[in-house]
Design a protein around this ligand. Sequence first.
Ligand code: KIV
Ligand code: ZN
Length: 514
Amino acid sequence: MNSNRVLIFDTTMRDGEQSPGASMNREEKIRIAKVLEEMRVDVIEAGFPIASQGDFDAVEAIAKEITESVVCGLARAGKPDIDRAAEALRAAKRSRIHTFIATSPLHMKVKLQMEPDAVYQAVIDSVRRARNYTDDVEWSAEDATRTDKDFLCRCVEAAIDAGATTINIPDTVGYTVPDEFHALIRMLFDRVPNIDKATVSVHCHNDLGLAVANSLAAVQAGARQVECTVNGLGERAGNAAMEEIVMALRTRKDHMPFETNIRTESITRASHLVSTITGFPVQLNKAIVGANAFAHEAGIHQDGVLKNAETYEIMSPESVGLKASNLVLGKHSGRHAFRAKLEDLGYQLGDNAINHAFKRFKDLADRKKDVYDEDIVALVDDTVVRGNDRIKFVSLEVVCGTRVKKQTAEMELEIDGVLKTIKVTGDGPVDAIFNAIKDLTTDTQRLKVYHVHAITGGTDAQAEVTVRLEENGKTVMGQGADTDTLVASARAYINALNKLLVKREKTEPAAMIA
Ligand code: KIV
Ligand code: ZN
């Protein structure tokens, strides 16, 4: 392989799913995996098979579905974890087992309660066990940036001797800074005698907002795999954002002469899909994928961009798959045009899904004069992604305004295939709607965030509502879109509730990782 090629290892479905509030079911993970494969991601970390039956099933399904990218499963340094990962990956065309153990004094003493020698032995045993199942084994030194350097070198050397083909150096707590991390990676190249037999990888968390900068510093020091997530999702402040790593390498090739294999035109689509599925909105000014990332407000900037886009744009919107907001279909558009538009937007849907989405599109076109690409993306993601939800929105009627004493919501839901109706009041229309949903389902969750934004301009724009629910310390996010803000609110709450159902089924393994 070209020595300047940087492998992109996506962990949106493993570390990303560990974001407080994010959760994905099997079907949702398959959809994300397919988009990642289309983007030509090198390695897809599909989950942590021993964590729950749901995780196992998702990794197994992705292993069957994905043929181009390597499919990877995470495992702690123990036989049950490694065997379970291998079982989930059995059908994969190209599989990787990623096994890890903490190596910092603090983690070894407090979390693992193991002496360094025992950890050293566990490194060897775990890599050997994983190698019985596949030739592609990655070993990670959890909390590497706070690990004693001599011990880190010893463990890395032992892992490679035991058969690890990738050595991952995580900045688990987002503690390091670019020049220090650069020096750490260089030190491994200088001091570990067999380092040339493995690919050096990095996995940076964003606690100090340095995950991308640290990852790029590591690449300049010789790392050739970067672990990252779409939209920077991940435990606590998240992981390095894939779109930022990839676009920084592409845009600053003059300074960093490295290449990835990523089809950058799929970035916007992947970002939107992950945001819809997880319910995590993308911050407006987020680099590369934020709604404002290519917007120019100041007159002097607009003038410059009109004359020559390069005056204020260091990359083109098209290079990340952003198309100018163009008027697309209207209420007279037929199924044929709709299907062609979906293909143009990168969707490959089955007939059933198209029929469903088309029905909602017609409904939208009846209520909204101009239907833009953004409207279609929101609508399709909302319809298709939610296809397997246990609780489905059916209809809603709300009575509100200044002339009524109590706002009333009459709500119809389909719950596990059974139609249920209720009429309740509340302090305001949104409160009435949420009361109706709670009365029909459960009332153990608490609403923590309620947020509305318009997808496009104009008073007939679709509203996109985000809600965050909490139950026993677990949080979930939900999103819903509609021209009617109240309907969007109901859809968002129901979406979050469906995620909570999935979360309730999950039991977390001990000593969960960052
Ligand atoms: O942050 C971390 O250390 C991890 C490892 C499992 C790679 O997520
Ligand atoms: Zn991590």
